[in-house]
Design a protein around this ligand. Structure first.
Ligand code: ADP
Ligand code: MG
Length: 246
């Protein structure tokens, strides 16, 4: 669990004169589950876009397996906050896209995708188009598509935000199971402190914009309910302070 899989080193970014990220450095170790928590608008999605190579940092860089990946795409499985399902393709074909990109033939890609739709409770909606589904269903389809991209690094941007409590719980169990089976390294953005404490090995708390690392918490030593409750209150206080600054 010790090798650095992914490193963000001193990244700063200004978007249209809005100073968004201020010298952010984070590390994701092999097989680790790291959560990024921060107030809304602070730059969490911008940070993931930089890691995925979709935008370039003004300063600093992104290293994966010791190699510079700044501004280069297609290395990580990335579920963006906006689901980005293609409106003209049905759910089965949307979910098949990463398999087609890998050169799997269409029928085989559809068979594989159909198999997984079951796991995600979407089996009855294969022929539906994104606009015909609820936000939670679209989110699950987007998560499945991300998963089928099959990189050893997963970036998930508030993947469960649109889900009801029961479905969210199911998807959290699915994610824990995925970790056991495939041991990917996961960087997970959420604004839900409870979810962060439940899933993470480590948490980075970001400040309000321009975001910098306000606090890093290693949960390895935190196992009791009381300890988690104290941490929850500490993080909440921090985030409330950040909200007051703006
Ligand atoms: N492409 C862009 N161009 C200009 N401003 C942007 C762009 N993307 C995001 N922003 C702005 O940068 C800030 C950070 O956005 P974002 O990374 O989406 O925050 P978060 O994910 O933490 O809510 C926001 O104030 C947003 O309005
Ligand atoms: Mg965001």
């Amino acid at each position: 669990m010790d090798l650095a899989k992914l490193e963000v080193v001193n990244v700063s970014k200004t978007l249209e004169r809005l100073h968004t990220l201020d010298n952010v450095s984070i590390e994701l170790r092999e097989r680790e589950f790291v959560v990024i928590l921060g107030p809304s608008g602070c730059g969490k999605s911008t940070l993931l876009n930089i890691i995925a190579g979709l935008i370039k940092p003004d300063q600093g860089g992104v290293c994966i397996d010791g190699e510079d990946w700044s501004g280069r795409t297609a290395r990580v499985s990335y579920m963006q906050q906006k689901d980005l399902l293609l409106p003209w393709k049905n759910i089965l074909d949307n979910v098949s896209i990463p398999l087609l990109l890998k050169g799997v033939n269409k029928n085989q890609a559809r068979d594989t995708a159909r198999h997984y739709l079951q796991d995600f409770g979407l089996q009855d909606f294969a022929a539906y188009y994104p606009r015909q589904l609820s936000g939670g269903m679209r989110q699950r389809a987007a998560l499945l598509r991300t998963y089928l991209f099959a990189s050893d690094i997963l970036l998930l941007d508030e993947p469960f935000a649109a889900l009801d409590a029961i479905t969210r719980h199911k998807m959290q169990i699915w994610l824990k199971d995925l970790r056991k089976r495939y041991q990917p390294s996961i960087l997970f953005v959420t604004h839900d402190i409870g979810e962060a404490l439940q899933l993470a090995d480590r948490i980075y708390v970001l400040s309000a914009r321009p975001a910098y690392i306000k606090l890093e918490i290693d949960l390895a030593a935190t196992s009791t309910r009381d300890e988690k409750e104290r941490l929850r209150e500490r993080i909440l206080t921090l985030l409330e302070e950040e909200a007051e600054i703006r």
